[in-house]
Design a protein around this ligand. Structure first.
Ligand code: FAD
Length: 263
């Protein structure tokens, strides 16, 4: 679903805590964004008040608390911007633009849903899980990572009522192997009405192939490199599916039906 209004505000940092060895969750007081945000959307953040780094950094909404007026971002420290964000303390201000992008498509009378999350790709799934569970749907989440230390949100998703299955490359959590091995086995035994995936593009391409084998509709949350976040700079293009041309991840996405994009 495409949504409309976004706002730019200085959000107070409520908390900025370590979740695992290189992942933190930052919670921001931002009643305007929290009020209108939906699962799948993201914010574009200016990580400090100087021009270094120049560009904003995009992050999916990992928690949306409309009652408290807060949003949270689950972020992996990978470079300059995320390292600066990691230094923020309670009471600091962060310049946030959002909510941006479209939302996951929800079918209210859907049966079982499945999420496939690669590493930090788990970030957008908590609010989606809450929504689907409130609608009475069953949700399974397959989480993939190199090892147990790189798995995030396992306990939180289980506490919500999600059936979580893990695949790690070293076998330290769940099955040794790839998320697609677990997905293939799951789809053989369980009919899923909808699949949702977020993670690195090679994983998304493999998930797309498995879902196509099982005729399972699939929505992808794409995390392309991005600059403006509002469709002006054209920095986040992704090739369209069978057709010629490109889509803009920030404006037409970040959520796409699998057949809409070539990975
Ligand atoms: C819609 C959207 C939602 C996102 N949600 C999340 C989220 O919830 N949590 C999270 O941790 N990250 C998320 N990302 C990715 C996040 O925006 C980048 O990790 C972040 O901008 C890196 O900033 P940096 O300054 O720390 O790293 P940089 O110094 O900019 O880059 C460090 C390294 O990371 C690589 N990199 C940077 N951005 C990306 C990217 N988008 N994809 C792949 N590699 C990249 C660079 O090539 C470089 O090798 C999202 C991206 C998009 C487009």
């Amino acid at each position: 679903m495409v949504t409309g209004k976004w706002e730019l505000n200085k959000a107070n940092v409520v908390a900025n805590e370590w979740v695992s060895r290189d992942v933190k969750r930052i919670t921001l007081l931002s009643p305007g964004i929290a009020a209108t945000a939906s699962p799948g959307q993201f914010v574009n953040v200016k990580v400090n008040s100087t021009y270094a780094p120049l560009l904003r950094r995009p992050f999916s909404l990992n928690r949306i608390d409309k009652d408290k007026g807060t949003i949270s971002l689950l972020y992996k420290l990978v470079g300059e911007g995320t390292e600066l964000m990691a230094e923020l303390e309670t009471g600091d201000l962060l310049d946030v633009l959002g909510p941006l992008g479209n939302t996951f498509s929800i079918e209210e009378d859907c049966g079982d849903s499945i999420f496939v999350a690669g590493g930090i790709g788990v970030a957008p799934f908590y609010p989606l899980a809450r929504l689907l569970l409130q609608l009475g749907q069953k949700v399974t989440c397959i989480m993939g990572a190199r090892c147990r230390e790189d798995i995030n949100e396992l306990d939180e998703l289980r506490a919500l009522g999600v059936n979580v299955l893990c695949a790690t490359e070293d076998g330290s959590e769940g099955m040794r192997g790839l998320v697609t091995d677990v997905l293939r086995a799951h789809l053989r035994s369980t009919k899923c009405s909808m699949a949702y995936a977020c993670g690195p593009n090679p994983m998304l391409a493999a998930v797309k192939a498995v879902c196509a084998e099982h005729q399972t509709p699939l929505q992808l949350s794409l995390e392309s490199h991005m600059a403006c976040g509002i469709g002006v700079c054209l920095g986040c293009t992704c090739k369209k599916g069978p057709e010629e041309g490109y889509v803009h991840v920030c404006k037409e996405g970040p959520i796409f039906w699998a057949e809409e994009v070539a990975l």
